[in-house]
Design a protein around this ligand. Structure first.
Ligand code: NDP
Ligand code: GUA
Length: 467
């Protein structure tokens, strides 16, 4: 996206709840971005030469630095993203845990030593840092998406060039400062915000010394970047769009399912790729589920998150208008607003009332699109196979959620879902120790857990003569 709020080489960062400017960052040109690769390459050579134990200790110091700065980071996220204070605090905790996890992984790089079947050769398998890595992060988790990439990259011995979303560059800069204080040398972590993402990223991807791209964002931009990376066969990790089904069976504990639905739908005001996007509820429990879910939705307090609201604005007025359009067209197709929270009188157009839609036809546009906002469309089901076919219909398969009375029933459904992650009787799947990622057009590769660090390494094997 090309941003209009630029001035004298700076980019204004706006608070979506108030419209106020909360800060300014340098607006990088292509030439400035290209010049950063020199420092990134020098940083890489110095950083890869450090011991795993040293990298682990620096990441531990960064984890402690994140903790020490937790309130400052929380307030920064609230100001530039507009999520609730509770969500922002949870994000800071989630984000810092990536540094702790990868401090622990840094000293556990896997390898192998095997005898070739012929007997005359030993295969020695080692892993090495991939090199200078470009990281592109979205605005919806400005801290966690940065640390989920920086943590494993640094643990592996890579240097990074981070392009944060233009809406939320302040949190990324604050994290870079914490890393510097923790002992990360110059050139190893560099952040470049820009009013033209493609200009900066193209300058980096054109440089032979850049060996890796790790991207989180929309599937459309992911596709373009994959095409660009094909030019030089750059190693890529892609975390793209989601369209998560949330399935409730007839035997489910409905109170637990409603609790999970609130988390899966309203964490971050629905602005998460993992957000429940479509609720498939068995006809036998539809009434109880919608009544209880509707009551919880109607009770949400919408307003300025800095004043303690549960739900803030969505990221921009444009995003809000698109979501309003989806709701309106769903109503034209027969959906009904079954419950809705109140909007404050002075709400700017970026605020949306959390809404429960029932009677949504199975072919409605709102079920095909990633809503990315506080709207919950519910579809009733009776036939399991038909419901699973609907659940698997989108071209993306990131997260899914299943609530069933018997764990075995839930797991049997989960195994049939085309999704990289399934919450089984849980409304959240995100965990720094677990592999986060999707199937089909939801992405390539995994972040988090041991998998996350592998993405920043290359395998080398030594074929050793043993005769
Ligand atoms: N899977 C996920 O986690 C996310 C999914 N989305 C989905 O995408 C929709 C649109 O959100 P949006 O923020 O526009 O997501 P984008 O995919 O456009 O942006 C994500 C990141 O990519 C950058 N970017 C955008 N275009 C390019 C490009 N051509 N080359 C290199 N980098 C680029 C952005 O920079 P800049 O901000 O400067 O444009 C940002 O840092 C959302 O409504 C949602 O449906 C959005 C965010 C996260
Ligand atoms: O929505 C996203 O951008 C992915 C992050 C969500 C999470 O880690 O829970």
């Amino acid at each position: 996206m090309t941003i209009e709020h630029t001035q004298n080489g700076t980019l204004a960062v706006l608070n979506p709840a108030t419209g106020e400017t909360v800060g300014r960052v340098h607006d990088h040109s292509a030439a400035e971005a290209a010049a950063l690769v020199d420092a990134a390459q020098a940083g890489f050579e110095a950083w890869r030469a450090t011991t795993p134990r040293h990298r682990s200790e620096v990441l531990t110091a960064a984890f402690l630095g994140m903790r020490a700065n937790a309130e400052r980071l929380r307030d920064l996220i609230v100001a530039e993203n507009g999520k609730s204070r509770a969500d922002a605090a949870a994000e800071v905790s989630y984000a810092s845990e990536f540094f702790r996890w990868y401090a622990e992984e840094a000293v556990r790089t896997p390898g192998g030593y095997t005898e070739a079947p012929s007997g005359g050769v030993r295969n020695v398998v080692t892993r090495h840092p991939v090199g200078v890595a470009v990281l592109i992060t979205p605005w919806n988790f400005p801290a966690a998406m940065a640390t989920r990439k920086i943590g494993p990259a640094l643990a592996a011995g890579c240097s990074v060039l981070l392009k944060p979303a233009s809406e939320t560059p302040l949190t990324a800069s604050a994290i870079a400062e914490i890393l510097t204080e923790a002992g990360v040398p110059e050139g190893v972590v560099q952040v470049a915000a820009s009013s033209s993402a493609s200009t900066v990223v193209s300058a980096w991807l054109a440089d032979d010394r850049v060996r890796k791209l790790s991207f989180t964002g929309s599937t459309g931009v992911g596709r373009k970047l994959l095409a660009q990376c094909a030019e030089r066969v750059v190693n890529t990790s892609m975390e793209l769009g989601g369209n998560a089904p949330f399935i409730v069976t007839a035997g489910a504990d409905i109170d637990a399912a409603v609790e999970g639905a609130m988390l899966a739908k309203f964490r971050n005001g629905g602005q998460a790729c993992t957000a429940a996007n479509r609720f498939y509820v068995h006809q036998d429990v539809l009434g109880e589920f919608t009544e209880k879910f509707g009551a919880r939705i109607a009770a949400l307090r919408v307003g300025d998150p800095a004043q303690g609201a549960d739900i803030g604005p969505v990221i921009t007025q444009k995003a809000a208008a698109e979501i309003r359009g989806l709701v309106q067209r769903a109503q034209e197709q027969g959906a009904v607003i079954a419950a809705q929270a109140l909007l404050p009188d002075d709400a700017n157009p970026a605020f949306l009332a959390p809404t429960l839609l029932t009677g949504v036809p199975t072919d409605a546009e709102i079920l095909r699109e990633e809503i990315f906002g506080p709207v919950a469309p519910v579809v009733a089901w009776t036939d399991l196979d038909a419901m699973i076919e609907l659940a698997n219909a989108p071209e993306v398969g990131l997260s899914s959620y299943v609530y069933a009375g018997k764990l075995q029933t839930a797991m049997k459904i989960a195994e049939r879902l085309e999704a990289g992650m399934v919450g089984v009787n849980r409304g959240i799947v995100s965990d720094p120790s677990a592999p986060f990622g999707g199937v089909k057009q939801a992405g390539i590769g995994r972040e988090g857990g041991a998998f996350g660090m592998e993405e920043f390494t290359e395998v080398q094997y030594l074929s050793v003569d043993w005769s």
